[in-house]
Design a protein around this ligand. Structure first.
Ligand code: KET
Length: 402
């Protein structure tokens, strides 16, 4: 018998989101409904291929060229287009060249490269994430060697924001504390800061010398491309130096292409050049350089006026469909409860997710008895709803809640 070299390696406990997706795929029940992973499905329950993406990809097929390695920081045209989308084309920080932008492997890759960069140059710093947050934030920053804490965020009693406590916590953080903020469409709660609340938070961040790291994975799913980038642009307006991770997985429905961007907003252009150099070094020692396929599609869509207009229309339609599903579920639950329970949070929360307040026991019951899948935290992905399944989901939720 050979003794196993790897006998001390423990079994992977699984990921609360991705492993659940695997369970869903293996579930033989015909009426199953996936409301777990943050993926946009259309009215037919299909993962859409956007027409703008189809046209850009088809155009690319007419001009198949060689595929050298991209530079470590990614394709120049892509980086330029992405920076303008995130910050606004005319923004002073863009025009003055004080943002270091790299092409990243989705939003996750941007977070990871940003975390590695921060660990190297702010070694003693610690990280604060919202309570609760996307589970992978904690794993990712801990994986980069940081101690991760939480700041108050979601109010279980009201289904809203613990804004005063959040502000008080930020006021007490040590200088150079790294604060992970969600730009919009907060994951998992769907509860966002209003522009007025951002205006209160930003001076505190500036005064305390904190380092914001803004995660923008859902630009365009809340109120619009510019509206959802409010916090990013307001931070840049205020002269704060910070990081942004953006993702195109959801708003281009290009999950598997792994496209996003990491942006480090610096005090001036020479510093941005130096920072860009260290981001390149971070990429080189991780995966060397990013892939070519997805970025070419996105660059074409963002830089061709007709394709861009089409994409914005398609994104607006996805956003509108999610809103209509929020209303439909709200109505459906209203019919079962007849005003004895308030589901108003479904209408006020924004983006793909709603925090339902369902306990883990109730989430399990929903899955086992009704084949309706939520994440164990009670997070529901609204874009898995359709006019065909929303009544069924409302009925199943009512049975579990009553
Ligand atoms: N940030 C947030 C807030 C986020 O919800 C996701 C993905 C990402 C980053 C990752 O983006 P990507 O471009 O795929 O690397 N969230 C969904 C999928 C997942 O867990 O990976 C989700 O929460 O279901």
């Amino acid at each position: 018998m050979t003794t196993s070299l790897f006998s001390h390696v423990p079994a992977y406990g699984g990921d609360p989101i991705l492993s659940l997706m695997e369970t869903f795929q293996n579930d033989p029940r015909a009426n199953k409904v996936s409301l777990s992973i943050g993926i946009y499905f259309d009215e037919e329950g299909r993962l859409p291929v956007l027409e703008s993406v189809r046209q850009a990809e088809t155009a690319g097929l007419q001009a198949i060229g060689p595929r050298p390695y991209l530079p470590m920081e990614g394709a120049a045209a892509y980086r330029d287009a992405v920076q303008k989308l995130v910050f606004g084309a005319g923004h002073e920080a863009v025009r003055s060249g004080r943002i270091a932008t790299i092409q990243s492997l989705g939003g996750s890759g941007a977070l990871k490269v940003g975390a590695d960069f921060l660990k190297r140059y702010f070694d003693g710093a610690e990280v604060w994430v919202s309570d609760p947050t996307w589970e992978n934030h904690t794993a990712l920053f801990e994986g980069a060697g940081f101690k991760v804490h939480a700041y108050p965020y979601y109010d279980h009693a009201t289904g809203g924001l613990r804004f005063d406590e959040m502000l008080a916590c930020l006021k007490a953080l040590p200088a150079r504390g790294i604060v992970l903020l969600h730009a919009s469409c907060h994951n998992p709660t769907g509860v966002d800061l209003t522009p007025g609340q951002w205006r209160q938070i930003i001076p505190v961040i500036a005064e305390r010398g904190l380092i914001p790291f803004v995660d923008m994975a859902y630009q365009g799913f809340g109120d619009g491309l510019d509206e959802d980038a409010f916090a990013v642009r307001a931070l840049a307006d205020a002269g704060v130096q910070f990081l942004v991770a953006n993702s195109f997985s959801k708003n281009f429905s290009l999950y598997g292409e792994r496209c996003g961007g990491l942006h480090v907003v610096c005090a001036d252009a020479p510093t941005a050049d130096t920072v860009l150099g260290q981001l390149k070094a971070t990429v080189r020692r991780n995966y060397s350089s990013p892939p070519t396929h997805g970025e070419a599609i996105i660059t074409r869509v963002l830089t061709d006026p007709a394709l861009r207009a089409l994409w914005q229309q398609e994104l607006a339609a996805m956003r509108a469909r999610i809103k209509s599903m929020r209303e439909a579920l709200h109505r459906g639950l209203g019919e079962h409860f007849g005003g004895t329970r308030d589901f108003g949070y479904l209408l006020t929360q924004r983006g793909m997710f709603s925090y339902t307040g369902l306990s883990e026991v109730q989430v399990n019951a929903l899955r086992d008895a009704h084949a309706v899948y939520l994440v164990r935290s009670g997070r529901m992905c609204m874009s898995g709803l359709s006019t065909r399944n929303v009544a069924y989901v409302a009925q199943a939720m009512a049975k579990v809640l009553k």
